[in-house]
Design a protein around this ligand. Sequence first.
Ligand code: BGC
Length: 528
Amino acid sequence: MFTRHHTHKFSAILVSLLLTTSIALLALSATPLPVADANAVADSNAAGTQIGVVLPIQAVRWVQDGIQISNTLSASGYTYQILFSQDITTTEKTNVETLIAQGIKALIICPVDSTAAAAAVEEARTAGVKVIAYDQLILNTAAVDYYITFDSISVGRAQGQYLVDKATGTGNPLYLYAGHPGDNNAFIFFEGAWNKLQPKIADDTFMIKNSSEAVALKNHATLTHDEEASIIGQIATNWDPNTARDLTQANLAAVTAADKGNVFILAPNDGTARAIGDVFAADPDVHSYVITGQDAEQASVQYIIDGKQTMTVFKDIRTLARDAAATAITYLQGGTPSSTTTYNNGTINVPSKPSAVVTVDKNNVKSALIDSGYYQLSDFTWPVISSVITSTGGGLTSTFDSTTYLFPSGAFTDTVLITHTVIFSSTSSSSLEGIGHSFDITGVYSGTGQAAQPTEPYTITVQYTDEQKGAVNESTFAFYYWDGSQWVKEPTSTVNVDSNTVTATPSHFSAWIVMGEIRRVYLPIIKR
Ligand code: BGC
């Protein structure tokens, strides 16, 4: 019996919250019947179930998938049941058999183990059930009709590219980590990352510190499955944060201070990234680290906001769940779902239409994850940065939103505590648009506790990214302050399009936002 451990210690509370939510949702949206199996969380009508869903375990990632699939299926009016396999392949097989006995016509299944699941889906096929592999492909069997997936090679490539983009010079220490060797995705993610990292390992931009197998293969642009397995064998986290933490501690204990410094870390997903990152953060010989992730889990988004994780790869589970439900319904209606590509599972080419993934870091966390409705602003604690400025002046930098303040000598008559708070404000104007920089600056005299305003102009500089420019006319970027009823343009504002900076020298504190004029398209007048 094979088990794949997912001990998400950071997420235990969230999991139970999500489960409560999912049960509540189902109670509202479907006809709840007594739960037939201890692992079931959803049961729209057990006798005569049309669609069966089998997910590996109630970890954050899979509970979210379950909720999304259940939302789509409830709305469709088809009967369905979702079962979790407790990460145990034999439980998974029992779950599939239970659903077959209930008469399902389509099975959406994310396997515990990509190979072991073949036997279960073969039973389903024999019973005339259409099999939809969900997120992880089922290997070495002809009994898979469709594969619902994200573009997993792109996940690994996005992680690898991110590290490459952040590295300068040579000899940068690189620590590699992978998922579970029993999960086919772990190989695809690593392959994608290797595609991007290998040229930069071969030219010594990176020096691998924790895998002798990877070092031995550094000149191999593409790896065979066996070569990849030999590396993954040394760096597997089994998708388990505890395993990831122990392995990282062992890795750091085995190297010298010279192998640390400013490090680069390929972490395969968010759960392991937080565990690995925490170990690096605690090592006094590590000065800085860039670390990847995957899944845009809420806890990791907070880590990104707090500067403890550098990036994640966002896989919008809503899309995957919707596609899976739609595919099952197409089969139930006797149709054939459309596909854009196929994945070879060792026996057949399985049709698929992979969904795109998005790289998320602190620069686009709000636009990618909050503006898209995936999370709420209130799900996170946003940065508040403070500094004590004396009458001789000083500065304050908020790295999260790349904002810098400089206060000249004499800006304050006495010592002041300055606080910069990231806010998210709407622009309420049809011709102006914010570019993702809005904040509040306040001051309090340390001695009296009275509110402070500067008596001399100070300098605020915001650095924006190319991505943040959007469709707004860059040369019109300027600071606007809130005067109590509207945003007013700050007259001292200037923009430098070469250095991507907006600077102003105001002499008052307020809420600020950087906005630009929305580009207008003028169509030519055609004379007849
Ligand atoms: C999924 C990832 C997930 C990992 C651990 C992979 O197969 O694609 O999104 O982080 O399993 O559960």
